[in-house]
Design a protein around this ligand. Structure first.
Ligand SMILES: Cc1cc2nc3c(=O)[nH]c(=O)nc-3n(C[C@H](O)[C@H](O)[C@H](O)COP(=O)(O)OP(=O)(O)OC[C@H]3O[C@@H](n4cnc5c(N)ncnc54)[C@H](O)[C@@H]3O)c2cc1C
Length: 459
């Protein structure tokens, strides 16, 4: 892989590709790495395949295909199957099947996207439990649905459930129930912000189309679900939920849960980048200016990694970030960059405003973190909610202390799966505000590397 680049971009999703195209157009020497085999990120991966036409609306498909085409024409070098597992300033440590390597660049953009908010619940480790994102990815990449044609139960409170429900309906998969875990009050108060969606009419129409399909299918919609459990010995045999204190059972082998998307802040956190807290969506995100400049010199973030606004705005966030890197390198005059960025900045601001409605309507319900004591929270180290609560009662109230006391967050995923729940449990147990509890920071390496590889880079 080339070294001493002007700009290294981590993540080949909409934001990373947008940043690459913009920076390259300014004459920068740019490379993009991604741990996946192809470009496009979560929304535009495999965008050239005909089966994607069934899952993305026409506008999004057109924008995605154009972006990937522009990237391919740009001549920016792409390194697939390459995970970033550590860094020192703007030197980044990468691992691919063939090599581990240090890559130095004058500027680095982290466009590592978001991921589904992990919410542990009883039985969540059983085969047959999926997140909506995982189920949707299976459908997008292989045309398969997790249950085949067997009935499923949907559960949660987040935007991905809508699209998935429609794909299930279109493929004649019976949906036994949609168990809504959101706060009813949030749905009502969100209507005050509904006007924002009208700023993007195609998006509004797409949302209405999904809602109408779901209504027509007459899926039983259960509001105010207090808890859910997947029950079975070797795999899910039934789904049990509680509403108004009463238990209900559904015979289903597949439970699909989704509780929204949060920024992937493991790298920003580990770099001690300044973060901010969104009290509505209950997540941390890197503090940036409008161009993705962070509190760290020469380090930028773009896309859902910076704040979750969806696929299209991630592209434009990427564009303005790529231009900002060119400006900061002194390659292009500020006035020219201002002019180049204006169109993308305006598009980005409009889309962010329109998507802001989702922030309200899908505001997570903190009660989803009322996790029973015997439920595993840290899947890597098999630590239960009860063990975490016990450590907190013994006086460990900082996420890092709880990690040391219980090993929660010490496994290969470095707290990516359990960090959010850990902070929420500390907040519940101590009565502290979850923002005050803080964040369980990941430590390098972010993905497992052998000692030999590690030593080779530090020799
Ligand atoms: C199943 C699903 C369906 C969706 N459907 C829609 C939709 O219909 N409309 C919409 O607007 N939005 C949708 N979204 C959201 C949309 O995918 C995101 O908003 C968008 O992809 C964000 O773009 P991004 O570039 O910020 O991040 P991503 O697309 O997530 O790209 C980030 C990239 O970074 C890479 N990466 C992360 N960490 C590392 C690392 N350490 N080393 C190397 N590479 C790394 C990842 O492999 C990934 O390719 C969907 C999301 C999912 C999961």
């Amino acid at each position: 892989m080339a070294d001493n680049l002007d700009l290294l971009i981590v993540g080949a999703g909409p934001a990373g590709l947008g940043a690459a195209v913009a920076a390259k157009s300014c004459g920068l020497d740019v490379a993009v790495v991604d741990e996946y085999a192809s470009v496009g990120g979560q929304i535009f991966r495999n965008i050239q395949l005909p089966c994607i036409e069934k899952v993305l609306d026409e506008r999004t498909l057109g924008i995605g295909r154009k972006l990937v085409e522009d990237f391919e024409k740009s001549g920016v070098k792409f390194y697939p199957n390459t995970s970033v597992w550590g860094m020192e300033n703007t030197t980044v440590f990468c691992k691919s099947p063939d090599e581990v390597k240090k890559v130095s660049a004058s500027k680095v953009v982290y466009a590592t996207g978001g991921y589904e908010r992990p919410v542990p619940f009883k039985g969540w480790t059983l085969p047959g439990v999926y997140t909506a994102g995982a189920a949707e990815m299976l459908f997008r990449s292989a045309g398969e649905l997790p249950s085949g044609k067997e009935p499923v139960v949907l559960c949660g409170n987040g935007p991905l459930l809508l699209a998935l429900a429609v794909h299930l309906i279109e493929n004649n998969v019976p949906v036994l129930a949609w168990l809504d875990t959101g706060k009813f009050g949030n749905k009502i108060s969100a209507s005050l912000h509904m006007g924002r969606v009208f700023q993007d009419m195609p998006y509004f129409r797409h949302g209405m189309h999904l809602a109408m399909e779901i209504l027509k299918a007459k899926i039983p919609f259960v509001l105010g679900v207090e808890s859910v459990e997947a029950v079975g010995d070797e795999c899910v045999e039934k789904v049990v939920y509680v509403k108004n204190g009463k238990r209900h059972e559904l015979a289903a082998k597949t439970l699909i849960r989704h509780e929204g998307i949060i920024p992937r802040i493991q790298i920003p956190g580990a770099l001690d980048m300044e973060l901010a807290w969104d009290s509505l969506q209950r997540y941390w995100y890197p503090k940036t200016d409008k161009f993705g400049r962070t509190s760290l010199n020469n380090v930028y973030v773009a896309g859902d990694n910076a704040f979750v606004h969806g696929g299209e705005s991630a592209i434009w966030k990427g564009y303005v970030c790529g231009y900002a890197a060119a400006e900061d390198l002194g390659v292009v005059a500020s006035s020219e960059i201002k002019e180049k960025s204006l169109e993308y900045q305006q598009k980005m601001e409009l889309l962010c405003k329109a998507r802001d409605y989702l922030r309200y309507v899908f505001a997570p319900n903190p009660a989803v973190f009322n996790i029973p004591d015997d439920t595993i929270v840290c899947r890597c180290e098999c630590v239960t909610a009860g063990e975490i609560r016990k450590a907190v009662r013994e006086g460990f109230t900082d996420p890092r202390e709880v990690k040391i006391a219980t090993r929660s967050g010490m496994g290969p995923c470095q707290g990516r799966s359990c960090g959010t729940a850990l902070a929420e449990i500390i907040a519940q147990t101590t009565g502290m505000n979850v923002e005050k509890v803080g964040i369980l920071k990941s430590r390098q390496p972010f993905v497992p590397v052998t000692l030999a590889d590690y030593c080779a880079l530090h020799a």
